[in-house]
Design a protein around this ligand. Structure first.
Ligand SMILES: Cc1ncc(COP(=O)(O)O)c(C=O)c1O
Length: 394
């Protein structure tokens, strides 16, 4: 979350005063319908028919998306080796097994490696748009179509960015966004959203996120039977914050991109470094200036001299698959018989999370550095930052 202020406070106050905090309510009795309104606004922005705001964050969104697609025991779900671990754990939550594939120098899933890793039990792929950088969606979707894979786009780190003129999240069967505190916009510290053009996927995600829906009048609009699942409903305070944050989104993106471009221009002529290739520079959110060096020692020297939160990506904690300890040790669920790694249907599935599973990803992460941006840097701060980066490179 980059920006917040009086507008959020005012809208929250209206919800509090209305005393209508639950998602469902009657406008005639003062219900503000903030969630419904946000969902319509977000769907319009992304360019899809349906959006579903939820608590439980992008993690809940990924689980709802996989559940909506009917993914479960006996299925492999391909995930990139560089992503927040929730991308992989969502597959386990629905009883499936996550299968790793390499990222390429853009930090998105490598379509060629995706294709190499597909096996007879592979049912879905989750491309991730890491740090606001679009994955190679055309390449990934072509592979997915050839092999009949479902595509869940993990756009959790890319609220509002685009790929080739169309917003990310709208390309796959279902897209998922996170609005947690660390994301481009936030719905109050936590929150997530699922988008799709497919009515039946929307309904299944809706039921999964609110298995109590059977008890409310809106359930009458559903064309599928209710089933028991989880409770990830959003509340009206979230909805109100979401709507204000949405108003701020384009301004934040424009400023992030401007700042990133200024810094990229400042170091353009420096030897031994390059700006990491992008699948679509214009659609990239500009959250980070991503630089690549000849080797790890040069990357480390730069990151420490550049400061300001710069880091070598191999140090990116639980975004690096070798740090997914419970998954590597196959410790899942609260009982051994609910652990998908023990399921009979999963016994022939591949589950390699060892250091040798995705060596190319680890190598790329060792020589790549993220330099964080602030969309609200003044011209003087930006000039000073550019100077520091240039000095760090020499
Ligand atoms: C790529 C990615 N996927 C999924 C998630 C999960 O989102 P949340 O933390 O909102 O559950 C995150 C959040 O950090 C993420 O970065």
């Amino acid at each position: 979350m980059y920006r917040a202020g009086q507008e959020e406070i005012d809208e929250i106050a209206k919800v509090i005063r209305s005393k209508q905090w639950f998602r469902v309510g009657d406008e005639k009795s003062g219900h503000l319908k903030e969630i419904d309104r946000f969902e319509q606004e977000w769907a319009k922005l992304i360019g899809v028919k349906y959006a579903l705001l939820m608590s439980g964050g992008g993690t809940a969104g990924l689980v709802c998306a996989l559940a909506a697609l009917g993914i479960g025991p006996g299925d492999e779900v391909i995930v990139p080796a560089y992503t927040w671990l929730a991308t992989a754990t969502a597959a386990l939550t629905v009883g499936a097994i996550p299968l790793l594939a390499e990222v390429d120098e853009t930090l998105g899933l490598d379509p060629a490696d995706l294709e190499r890793r597909i096996g007879p039990h592979t049912k879905a792929v989750i491309p991730v748009h890491m740090s606001g950088r679009p994955a190679n969606l055309e390449g990934i979707l072509a592979v997915a179509r050839r092999h009949g894979l479902k595509v869940v786009e993990d756009s959790c780190q890319m609220d509002g960015g685009s790929y080739k003129g169309r917003r990310t999240g709208a390309w796959g069967d279902i897209g998922v966004f996170s609005f947690n505190y660390f994301k481009i916009i936030s719905t109050g510290g936590e929150g997530g959203c699922v988008v799709t053009n497919d009515r039946s996927l929307y309904e299944r995600a809706f039921v999964y996120h609110d298995s109590g829906a059977a008890f409310r009048p809106q359930a009458g609009d559903l064309s599928i039977p209710i089933f028991v699942a989880q409770q990830y409903r959003a509340d009206e305070v979230m909805g109100a914050i979401a709507r204000v944050q949405l108003q701020r989104l384009e301004g934040i993106l424009a400023d992030l991109r401007r700042v990133r471009q200024t810094l990229a221009d400042a170091i353009a002529d420096q030897p031994g470094v390059r700006v990491a290739p992008s699948n679509d520079q214009a659609g990239d959110c500009g959250v980070m200036l991503t630089l690549q060096f000849q080797d790890e020692s040069k990357a480390r020297a730069f990151a420490s001299a550049a400061g300001g939160g710069s880091f070598v990506l191999i140090d990116h904690g639980k975004h690096v698959y070798t740090n997914w300890t419970p998954l590597r040790e196959k410790r899942v669920a609260h009982r051994a018989d609910m652990n998908p790694f023990n399921f009979q249907q999963n016994r022939d599935l591949r589950a390699d999370y060892s250091d040798t599973a995705c060596p190319r990803t680890l190598e790329i992460l060792r020589h790549t550095v993220h330099v964080p941006m602030d969309p609200d840097w003044t011209a003087d701060q930006l000039r000073a930052r550019a100077k520091t980066l240039k000095a760090a490179l020499s």
